[in-house]
Design a protein around this ligand. Structure first.
Ligand code: ZN
Length: 111
């Protein structure tokens, strides 16, 4: 579940919002002043806690054997971490990026 940070255009308060729907626009408001004029902050991205800690302990620079990539969850995780290292924004296209990674295409492109 993606969590995005938004900055209030009125008071500058930064708050985190879980984005539930891809298309549907949920009504988000600033927790400080209730303004709905929020803009997305791209400086850092948040991920669900458990995944964040997985990413933390995940080292893409160390070599992996074949069996590692056979687990598609690891491939997705690897791609995500690698993207973060490269400063790539994981936007709406990320799902397809993971799919690419799972089919092995992304690994070739990135290595
Ligand atoms: Zn505000």
């Amino acid at each position: 579940m993606p969590i995005f940070e938004y900055e209030c255009a009125r008071c500058g308060q930064v708050s985190s919002h879980i984005v539930l729907g891809r298309r549907k626009r949920e009504r988000r408001s600033c927790p400080a002043c209730r303004s709905t004029r929020l803009r997305r902050v791209m400086s850092r991205f948040a991920v669900v806690e458990s995944e964040a800690s997985r990413l933390q302990s995940f080292d893409t620079s160390s070599p992996r054997d074949e069996s590692f990539y056979r687990d598609s969850r690891n491939v997705g995780l690897w791609a995500k971490k690698r993207a973060r290292e490269m400063g790539v924004d994981l936007g709406p296209q990320f799902e397809s990026t993971v799919e690419k990674a799972r089919s092995g295409k992304l690994i070739k492109e990135m290595s």
